[in-house]
Design a protein around this ligand. Sequence first.
Ligand code: BDP
Length: 726
Amino acid sequence: MKIGPWLVLVMVLVAVPAHAEDGYRLWLRYAELPAASRERAAERLRFIEAPAASTSTLTAAAEELERGLTGLLGRPIDVVPPAGVEERAAGGAAGREADGAVLLGTPESLAVRGARIAVDSESPDAYRVTDARIDGAGVTIIAGNTDVAVLYGAFALLRYLATNGDPARLDLESSPKIKYRLLNHWDNLDRTVERGYAGQSLWDWTTLPEYRDPRYRDYARANASIGINGTVLNNVNANADILTAPYLEKAAALAEEFRPYGIRVYLSARFSAPMEIGGLTTADPLDPDVRDWWRRKAEEIYAAIPDFGGFLVKANSEGQPGPQDFGRTHADGANMLAEAVAPFGGIVMWRAFVYSDTNPEDRAKQAYSEFMPLDGEFADNVIVQVKNGPIDFQPREPFHPLFGAMQETPLMVEFQVTKEYLGFASHLVYLGPLFEEVLRADTFRKGKGSTVARVADGSLYGHELTAMAGVANTGTDRDWTGSTFNQANWYAYGRLAWDPELGAESLAGEWLRQTFTNDADFVEAATELMLLSREAPVNYMTPLGLAHLMATGHHYGPGPWVSNLARPEWNPVYYHRADADGIGFDRTETGSDAISQYAAPVARRFADLKTVGDEYLLWFHHLPWTYEIEPGVTLWEALVRRYDLGVAQVEEMQQRWVALESYVDAERFAKTSQLLQVQLREAKWWRDACIAFFRAVSGMPLPEGVAQPEHPLGYYMRIDNPYAPG
Ligand code: BDP
């Protein structure tokens, strides 16, 4: 028989799976469960009873359950209308017929339905998912203190099933430890993204407010699934135009898309906006006209976006305008904005990422020096947003000394999910361990156990206002984040913002199961790969406590030789301080004394060469090249070995990934494999360039058996990347 071209086409179309594994669905793939668990789950979860009082959020929850259970159980699941009023009066959808129902609602609405269930926590976001009996029928109940909590419960149930949880032992209860769980988008109005490596900004300002890209909803779903409840739409290096009426209308459209998913919109405010778009001659925060302008602006914003979250502000930092331009303090500036949004329940997140070109003080000390004297001066609805470390999102930094030190002022941690200093989108670096390292760090400010996590969740000093920020890694790339494994960083960040005590390792497993497969061998091996990936870039970029050796501006690749930039602290030589005698930044008493900004036990640990540890050695100490890091091993030798180790670790990651081929679909397998090749090429570039440079500076010979850098130093110094992304 002759097969016509049309038949061939039909056959091809039929053979193509409904969903290409292009990463678009993130961890919300809802892949069919293995047969045994599928059958067990299918028995208990026969149909969804639509919530009686249908709000947009409850509808979203029911829709997600339908979508998720259909995928997980491998067959469509019915959504039936809520049990009728008479039936309810008679005690619910009677007997056996309700067997296998999934009911969702608040404890009150469920009580009407005959299900009595308590959610212990008072948090509006708290949920409980459990099985129960109504009139002899076995049902699954998703109870939440509010509609959004019900949605969180629905996602929790789906996550539980998708990670191979036993449907016969269902009792999930949770409430977030942090109130405001935000993504910060460094997105510009022209759709470029500062430090964005995954395409353009998701927000299509030109076609808003009319066109609602379906992606907005999917963005909201993904965030809600991990508990994120706020999004700052625009770059901290803000353009005042975002506060003009046309853009507020566009932001309101996004807020409308996100609202069913419990996600509020926030904006970065440019401090000089009253002058730029308000026609005033000053932005002095104590000037009555300026205050009035912001009050009226807030009224205008809340008229358009009734649940607007508030402002994020970068002020007097890297050239951004701020209160100091008018002789005022950060507190004066923050409090003015706080006053404007307070009547509407809004908050102000005021960043502590400040350092000045006229201040000769060690950059690592400046934020503390500037903010500590202001402790106690901020309004109640202000929270100070502090980057995880004192410099700037380096591959590894000690925790920021402000954590635990500022007692009267609520502080929030800002993490960078986008990998500006960690190989951009192409390097596979799982950030869970980095986040965990920071959150578990002990500030010792109120004795042992005063961890950064306890600063973040407010429990250390009893603050009610708690928040966390992650600089987003999302963009218009089909897989959202430029690589599959970058999705894990978004995922881990969101889950840690919900509960900063969660562990990076278990989060990796959770993510892997939903993103790839529940196969235990795969999960174990891939988790190891992810954990290994945290240390690799530290070794091939900035080992032993080095920092900020990246090339100028774009931070793409190595530039340890750079010394000609206008501001001293922009130059890598400022950070490594290498010369013929030694390397490292002395931050002990004999140097900048940055250690004195930490509590005494922490300062002692960092000051002592025996206890500081390899991770922070050169962050806090300047040492001779011949310093014996361990008996018989000089610092120089150790440094070279670390660079080698970094490259070897990427090679090991490659091997580990190849071994997982049979578990992964072709598309995502190939993309990860190819990106690992990019990572290896760039890891070698880093290793060779840094070894060549430090060898030249130190005059030390390469240790025996160590490979020569591929090219002479001048070759690396001449590399220019005018078109690097981000
Ligand atoms: C640095 C980035 C810069 C940001 C700045 C910030 O290089 O693009 O504007 O931080 O956080 O890491 O304000």
